[in-house]
Design a protein around this ligand. Structure first.
Ligand code: MRU
Length: 347
């Protein structure tokens, strides 16, 4: 798994510009909070855990350049930069989680010298990255048992290496099961409007030698009907306290189709995706994106000028449709209200 989705260096965060994949593999260096805001907004770096890691790295790099002489002044700069980065995208909670963690590290160390604080922030951002990688591996191990030999697995959007700091969430069980020698088929929904399934999931699974078949979104229910799909695994951008989960638009339709065909639907996510402050998925803010994402494909216009559009980037799958949540500490089954609180531990 050698995809360097996010790397945190002393003076820059290096990311793969995912808007160019699969045609071009280009690494870009982000040096300022403004550049990182743009990269997240434009989905150069995307996927819930990856944007949290990248934003944490950008904060550390931004503060690393600060001329502020005292840690107090630096703390003010960091909080302003974190609040600014938090406005880039609203749905994935991992972004806010990572920014909060950086702020907390700074507050705990406010008595240190500015030089020491800069080092602390850099190592906190790197710790967030390393933990995300490790969580991906662990949740992959927990979820691999769900994939039977010879089965068909459907996934939606990209919740793989490209969406995290390393191993992925929905694709992590697939990678682990494949690595252990199981053989099965993965069906990747293309995932309109921005085609993360076609451009990214098909690319990264193919690169690892996994047997992947790309389908258009509107083919999934039919393949279920034809007995090609045995289970569905997606990632998640935010999980509420009752187990409802937000993920890429179209996930809800897939979960409904899976239920209609009696196929288990799983959501895989690291603990940074859990938001117990929200009682249900009703409260999850859903990002609305530009009309051009609906009226164009790959920059080419496909709809008449002036047509009305709506473009929610995510939807919420109600917990009743989720057979289990796959996490770095194992599978979580209903009742979710109780079991998610137990998973999170004492506040
Ligand atoms: O808009 P994106 O590409 O950031 O949306 C990504 C998804 O919805 C993923 O499925 C989700 O973040 C889970 S990633 C591990």
């Amino acid at each position: 798994m050698a995809i360097p989705t996010v790397e945190i260096n002393d003076d820059a965060v290096r990311i793969i510009d995912q808007t160019l994949l699969p045609g071009e593999y280009r690494l870009i260096e982000i040096r300022t909070k403004e550049e990182m805001w743009e990269a997240i907004k434009k989905l150069r770096v995307r996927g819930a855990p990856a944007i949290g890691v990248a934003a944490a790295g950008a904060l550390a790099v931004e503060i690393g350049r600060s001329p502020a002489s005292g840690a107090g002044e630096m703390l003010g700069e960091l909080e302003a930069a974190a609040d600014y980065l938090a406005t880039s995208r609203p749905t994935a909670v991992n972004l806010f989680w990572a920014l909060e963690r950086m702020k907390a590290a700074a507050r705990r160390n406010r008595e240190r010298s500015s030089g020491e604080l800069k080092k602390i922030l850099l190592s906190e951002a790197r710790a967030i990255l390393a933990e995300d990688r490790a969580m991906g591996r662990s949740l992959g191990e927990a979820g691999a048992e769900l994939i039977p030999e010879g089965s068909g697995v459907l996934t939606h959007c990209n919740a793989g290496s490209l969406a995290t700091a390393g191993f992925g969430s929905a694709l992590a069980p697939i990678y682990v099961a494949w690595e252990r020698g199981k053989r099965f088929k993965v069906f990747a929904d293309e995932t309109r409007p921005l085609l993360q399934g076609a451009r990214l999931t098909a690319w990264e699974l193919g690169r690892e030698g996994v047997d992947v078949t790309l389908i258009c979104d509107n083919m999934a229910a039919w393949l279920m009907k034809k007995g090609k799909i045995d289970l569905v695994i997606t990632g998640a951008d935010r999980i509420a306290a009752n187990g409802d989960g937000a993920n890429k638009i179209g996930t809800y339709s897939v979960a409904l189709a899976a239920r209609a065909h009696d196929i288990p639907f799983y959501m895989a996510w690291p603990s940074s995706t859990l938001d117990l402050s929200l009682a249900s998925g009703e409260e999850i803010p859903i990002e609305e994106r530009g009309a051009e994402e609906v009226t164009t494909i790959g920059g080419k216009r496909i709809a008449p000028e002036g047509v009305k559009t709506c473009s929610p980037a995510f939807d919420v799958t109600p917990h009743e449709l989720i057979a289990a949540h796959v996490t770095e500490r194992g599978l979580i089954y209903p009742p979710y209200e109780k079991n998610l609180r137990q998973f999170a531990g004492p506040e």
